[in-house]
Write a protein that binds this ligand. Structure first.
Ligand SMILES: [Zn+2]
Length: 351
């Protein structure tokens, strides 16, 4: 009887032990399972937040981080190229004048608002592969396309040149770079890369200092020789195209611009202005969305669109807008993107 009782109580103790062990194991394991589930969930949410933050940056560039980058970019530019900034701090106002004049002469700057927002316009647009572009280019349709679009980048090379070239390469399109004179090894490599990848390398003066270049024919010629020699030496290719800083219609030069045009003519150099402005040279940094809308505005109504953009450390939103711009243009009917060549219809503000 006692044996029976102790067996019974022994069995009960065993059950209690098992329950306690099971409970202990459960208490140890359960929080871990919950932790793992929460961790997975958290990383999913974080990924979503990152994605949305990126989208917002693309749309608005409203974060302090980006502004900080731009500000430090400005300082880096000042450090690296002091000659581009007048010693008395005039360069800022000079740039402002230039920007104003570049924008003054642009017909489509303020009408972009009526266009659809980016998301409605380009979402779901197929990214064209190199193969597609190549077959399109080689089919002979290029010469006959109703709309020819020329992407032009002024003021490079910059820290963004490689990014711009990567994007152009990704879409298999060629553009035109109107560059200024920079002589660091990394800049020389960028001049080379532009030429090697089939883009047009044009001149945009050596110094980009309006007050110097446009002061006299002699100054203009010296500056022209300097940039021409630099690019020839760097790439082995004689540059044939020129874009006046501020455009041929700039309001900065006190001398008649025809004097400088004659100098280019004598050397067989062709200058190009633009008839579409991305608006990216305004003092205020435009959003990628705004640059996109400015750039594609009016392309359908022109046989030739030369789009003014900037390859500059202080213009990050241009780089952000570029894929959207290219995708939109490539999706337009009977429209091609080409580099400037001697066959390009002349787009000029003054003749
Ligand atoms: Zn410029």
């Amino acid at each position: 009887m006692t044996e029976g009782v102790s067996e019974k109580s022994g069995g009960r103790v065993g059950v209690i032990k098992k329950v306690i062990i099971a409970l202990a194991v459960f208490l140890l394991v359960f929080p871990n399972i919950v932790s793992v589930i929460l961790l997975v969930r958290q990383s999913e949410i974080q990924a979503r937040v990152d994605y949305l933050a990126k989208e917002m940056a693309n749309m608005k560039l409203g974060t302090y981080g980006d502004l900080g980058r731009i500000e430090s970019g400005r300082l880096a530019l000042l450090d690296a190229y002091p000659e581009m900034f007048a010693p008395d701090g005039m360069q800022d106002s000079l740039t402002a004048v230039a920007d104003a004049s570049e924008n003054e002469t642009t017909p489509n700057d303020n009408v972009a608002e009526r266009l659809l927002p980016v998301s409605e316009d380009v979402s779901g647009g197929d990214v064209l592969t190199d193969d597609y572009v190549w077959s399109f280019s080689s089919s002979g349709e290029v010469g006959e396309a109703a709309h020819k679009v020329y992407l032009t980048f002024d003021d490079g090379p910059s820290d963004y040149t490689d990014d711009i070239l990567d994007i152009l390469d990704e879409y298999g399109v060629k553009a035109t770079f109107f560059v200024v004179g920079k002589e660091k090894d990394s800049d020389i490599e960028l001049y080379k890369r532009i030429v090697e990848e089939g883009h047009t390398l044009g001149m945009h003066s050596y110094s980009h200092v309006y007050s110097k270049i446009y002061a006299s024919e002699e100054n203009f010629t010296d500056d022209l020789d300097r940039i021409s020699d630099l690019l020839l030496e760097a790439t082995g290719v004689q540059p044939q195209f020129y874009r006046f800083p501020g455009g041929s219609s700039n309001a900065v030069s006190s001398l008649d611009m025809h004097r400088f045009i004659n100098i280019l003519d004598d050397r067989g150099i062709t200058y190009f202005d633009w008839n579409v402005s991305s608006g990216d040279a305004t003092n205020e940094l435009l959003s990628a969305d705004r640059i996109y809308r400015n750039s594609i505005n009016g392309i359908e109504n022109r046989s030739t669109s030369v789009i003014l953009m900037h390859d500059s450390l202080v213009r990050p939103t241009t780089v952000q807008a570029l894929p959207m711009i290219i995708e939109k243009i490539l999706s337009m009917e009977d429209t091609v993107i080409l580099p400037i060549t001697s066959d390009t219809e002349l787009i000029r503000h003054i003749e």
